[in-house]
Ligand binder design. Structure first.
Ligand SMILES: *Cc1c(COP(=O)(O)O)cnc(C)c1O
Length: 382
């Protein structure tokens, strides 16, 4: 099976060279826009492309507002701050995620709390969340949700759309509403993924996208805060640009804030990439179809998009029989220069998170033992 797989991927990408997990593709107006930016001298955080990039993302996702930041982690940090997350708060997220989700919670001096994921979506499990809340949460007379054992406020909940697959956001939203918890979505991996025609990251109060080099589109480094609320959007813009008050010459700042704005150079790349997004998604959904067929012929479980969702299939994932087979697969494919990777070490296993509260994490453990990501770059046909 391992040799079969290596042969299959080599044929798919039509190369004998090293095959990465996810390489960016620049097939549009990237160079033109970048050169224009350099010629204009507006390479930094003021410039046309930042606005145009924000507009195109806001149009595409249906989010009323989009605020570009220098990376996805800073977009998440700002989202959590604007959700009101503060010192000693608890923020619920999934253990199966990239470290950035957790780091952003820590930057607010809050404590991450881990709940399980579903095997179908790979994203936060509504029943896992519900079980945790039933056991631990109570809403007080002040309308705040508290952990009845620690006394801390459970301020926000951050589900993540794993490898681009949409999480069951509507069930999670209902629970958050019931318990007065603010929903913030980590949509870093899911630009182009929809839940019943609703773009991921547009259901909660705020969400974060990432345009890191390995994501479905890239700005080199970059991120975006999405929100439908005007006041939040204004605050996001303000605190990502050092809280400087508008004035023709005075330097006046009304808060200790951040320099998180995306530079115009990066936005120029982003605009060109957005113009290719639809073709990237078609291409990637076709790769997913080919992998899915290969999997059914070879007795491997392919992770498919859940019902009523459309995934961007950012990173394709297989589930192998057990941890031993997973390790053999990783060993074999990587030694033949076909890059494959396991899931992240789950957050609850990392040393700095050993003390964190969590629900049952059975599916997380199950998936981490079996999951591998396989090469998923857009296939260039020339
Ligand atoms: C990529 C990613 C981020 C953060 O993005 P950066 O742009 O690298 O800071 C956050 N969360 C998840 C789940 C990601 O995959």
């Amino acid at each position: 099976m391992y040799n079969e797989f290596v042969r299959f991927v080599r044929e798919l990408y039509n190369t004998d060279d090293f095959i990465p997990l996810h390489a960016p593709r620049f097939i549009g107006k990237e160079e033109e826009y970048l050169l224009e930016t350099i010629d204009s001298t507006y390479v930094s955080s003021v410039g046309e492309y930042v606005n145009r990039f924000e507009d195109i993302v806001s149009d595409y996702t249906g989010s009323k507002y989009a605020i570009a930041t220098m990376n996805g982690t800073s977009a998440l940090h700002v989202s959590l701050l604007l959700a009101g997350v503060q010192h000693n708060d608890e923020v619920i997220t999934q253990s199966l995620t990239f470290i950035a989700t957790c780091n952003a919670i820590r930057y607010c001096n809050a404590e991450p709390v881990f709940v399980d994921v579903d095997r179908e979506t790979l994203g936060m499990s509504p029943s896992g969340l519900s079980d945790f809340l039933t056991e631990n949460a109570e809403v007080g007379d002040d309308d705040l949700c508290r952990n009845r054992y620690t006394g801390n406020i459970i301020r926000a909940c951050v589900p993540m759309n794993t490898f681009g697959h949409p999480v069951d956001i509507n069930s999670i939203k209902s629970l958050c509403d019931k318990y007065h918890i603010t929903l913030v979505e980590d949509a870093a991996e899911s630009l182009g993924s929809f839940n019943n025609d609703v773009h991921t990251g547009t259901t909660g109060k705020l969400s974060a996208l990432s345009f890191n080099g390995n994501k479905i589109i890239t700005t080199g480094g970059g991120g975006m805060v999405l929100t439908n609320e005007e006041f939040i959007a204004k605050r996001a813009r303000h605190i990502t640009t050092t809280a400087k008050k508008k004035h023709r010459w005075e330097y006046e700042h009304d808060d200790t804030a951040y320099n998180y704005r995306m530079p115009n150079l990066n936005a120029a790349l982003g605009l060109a990439q957005m113009e290719s997004l639809e073709s990237f998604i078609l291409n990637k959904r076709n790769i997913a179809k080919l992998y899915s067929e290969w999997c059914s012929e070879n007795g491997v479980t392919f992770v498919k998009e859940a019902e009523n969702t459309k995934s961007n299939y950012w990173l394709n994932a297989f589930l192998l029989d057990d941890r031993m087979q997973r390790d053999d697969f990783l060993e074999h494919t990587n030694s033949y220069s076909v890059m494959t990777r396991p899931a992240w070490t789950p957050m609850h296993k990392l040393t700095m998170n050993k003390q964190c509260l969590s629900g049952e994490l059975k599916n997380t453990e199950y998936l981490v033992d079996r999951l591998v990501n396989v090469p998923s770059s857009v296939v260039l046909n020339d």
